[in-house]
Ligand binder design. Structure first.
Ligand code: ARG
Length: 575
């Protein structure tokens, strides 16, 4: 329910359309800092020039002009001039009726919009590297990207989820060299990622002593690029074994992809990029390599071809961008990749721009910070990696312990399923809690704090709401025809206003590419619901009010469930 628009309409009706349109009035409309100042405030400052009067005088005059329309309106209680503002006050009961019935009518479609209709948004995320662990850093891109995709899709965009697998590059030369020296198919098959990581790490230690190993690795990668049969077979073995492992984690996270076109997919599409760059006279030689230089001195040249003629990561990204534009004709092409790669994407987008592709402006890098464990930073080069699957399993186990020790555990008959949803949800929530550029400080204490700002806290609010509704049904209460206009109390009103802002929050999250907008929102909603639950004793209220409150509870549950879905967290009915 867009009550700001309703207020804007009243104001615009009272004025000449040359002076102010509804759209302009709606844009200006603000939310007052506290409830005493009403629910929507129209600032008169910009009108001062047109009317050659001080804003407070304009506000007072406008107030008189609209007072009749306001007293005839179903939605507003009153209007008052305060300083340079015209403040509108909602009728609590009427507003409650509008909002709660809309939620119950729309159900899981509540908050959705069709503003993205016909526009394709590609979200590239996760993109782990083959033969390397799917580590905790990859969880950030996975959580963020999956959430963004859900958010855009909720707003009606046509989304495509792309996993740009790191399945090509010189590291495969190293891996092949390592495999030929120390590898064993059987051991690897039994525990692929760990074993491949082991020999890969060994390669690095050995190469420090014997640098010629690096040359050997380069030669193997060249053979791979040239399509050598034996080498390609080995590579395929690494890819398949790794994907099998990664899929276990995706399953736990309830995440799927539309495309797994990774770096190798573009290996045959790179000659075209090199040709195009040559044609456009953008390639220059530098120490035997071919590079594109930029006017901006702060951006180093982008290497396209190395001195041995092999392509690199950047070349593959150029080919990928062009391929995506041709295949999907995207409205937006989003890359969810850590902030350390910000310069890389700046180079890629600048090269595309130099090539004359104006759609380079529709390519967006969505960066994020590091995951920090209070005293050590993660890296994949060494042995001390934190595997994502291990973290998720640990979270599930810890959750199970907490639930087992809780007073309500005897009511739960599917404890494994519940622990999985809560344990995984707790991690996702904590990763999407703060602005993405901030580092994430990983501590179990915060992640599984059932009383703090956490996934379990929000899931508990949902389960609590559902339990009240269950109890009502068990007691034979039929609240379907409740009179919602009885929901007039302040706690109820604030809760309903929050429910009403859901769509705006989702839009804001998409505009900023920040799922944390949704995380914060759902946390506030859970807190506000708990407050309502504690102050308004739902089941002990007088019958008519009880029924209205039950309906409100149902609306809150719908809204929490949808918001949690947008950040990848699943709900449980009991916990
Ligand atoms: N595989 C890379 C990594 O793990 C991320 C890929 C990012 N995407 C891209 N189009 N370059 O660091």
């Amino acid at each position: 329910m867009n009550y700001k628009k309703a207020a804007a309409q009243i104001i615009a009706n009272a004025m000449n359309s040359e002076d102010l349109t509804i759209e302009q009035a709606e844009k200006l409309m603000a939310v007052p800092p506290n409830p005493e100042m009403g629910d929507a405030a129209f600032p008169c400052f910009t009108l001062a020039k047109t009317f050659r009067k001080a804003p407070p005088a304009i506000a007072a005059e406008l107030c008189e002009k609209v007072s009749e329309a306001v007293s005839n309106s179903d939605l507003f209680e009153k209007v008052a001039a305060m300083g340079g503002y015209l403040n509108f006050y909602l009728k609590h009961g009427a507003f409650a009726k509008e909002v709660v019935s809309e939620v119950l009518e729309k159900g899981e479609d509540y908050g959705k919009s069709n503003e993205g209709e016909g526009k394709k948004v590609l979200v590239e995320f996760s993109s782990p590297n083959i033969a390397k662990p799917f580590h905790i850093g990859h969880l950030v891109t996975t959580a963020l990207g999956s959430s963004l995709e859900r958010i855009y899709s909720f707003l009606g965009y046509d989304t495509v989820k792309i996993n740009h697998l790191g399945d090509w590059g010189t590291q495969f030369g190293k891996l092949i060299s390592a495999y030929k020296r120390w590898g064993d198919a059987e051991t690897i098959e039994a525990d692929p990622i760990n074993e491949l990581l082991k020999i890969y790490v060994k390669f690095h230690t050995e190469a420090e002593k014997a640098p010629e190993l690096e040359d050997e690795a380069r030669a193997y990668f060249k053979m791979l690029e040239d399509g050598d049969e034996e080498i390609t077979k080995l590579w395929k073995f690494f890819v398949d074994a790794s994907l099998k492992e990664f899929n276990k984690t995706y399953k736990l996270l309830d995440i799927t992809f539309d495309s797994y076109a990774g770096e190798s997919f573009y290996s045959d599409k790179m000659p075209e990029i090199v040709e195009l760059l040559q044609e456009k006279k953008l390639l220059e030689e530098s120490d035997g390599a071919q590079v594109v230089r930029f006017e901006d001195e702060n951006v180093p040249p982008c290497i396209i071809l190395k001195s041995d003629g092999t392509t690199i990561y950047a070349t593959r990204d150029l080919a990928a961008a062009l391929y995506r534009k041709r295949t999907y004709d995207f409205y937006k092409n989003i890359y969810v990749v850590g902030t350390p790669q910000a310069l890389h994407f700046k180079q890629i987008f600048s090269v595309l721009n130099k090539m004359g592709y104006t759609w380079s402006d529709d390519c967006v890098h969505v960066g994020f910070g590091y995951v920090r464990f209070p005293d050590k930073v993660l890296s994949t080069r060494h042995g001390d990696v934190v595997f994502l699957e291990d973290v998720l399993r640990e979270s599930i186990e810890k959750t199970k312990e907490i639930i087992k020790n809780s007073a309500t555990s005897k009511n739960i008959d599917n404890i494994d399923e519940v622990s999985e949803k809560i344990g995984v949800g707790a991690i996702l929530y904590s990763f999407l809690k703060n602005g993405r550029e901030k580092d994430i400080v990983f501590t179990w204490k915060d992640i599984l704090d059932f009383e703090g700002e956490s996934g379990p806290y929000v899931q508990y609010a949902y389960a609590r709401g559902r339990s009240v509704l269950r109890k009502a049904t068990e007691n034979g209460i039929n609240y379907s025809s409740a009179d919602l206009s009885l929901l007039e109390g302040n706690d109820e009103f604030e809760l309903i206003k929050l429910i009403n802002s859901f769509e705006d929050v989702v839009r804001d999250a998409a505009n900023k590419n920040e799922p944390c907008c949704v995380t914060r929102y759902v946390t506030e909603l859970a807190q506000m619901f708990n407050k309502f639950y504690n102050t308004c004793n739902i089941m002990k209220s007088e019958d008519a009010l009880r029924d209205a409150r039950l309906k409100l509870t149902e609306a809150v549950c719908i809204c929490i469930k949808s918001a949690l879905y947008l950040i990848g967290v699943r709900v449980v009915e009991k916990m």
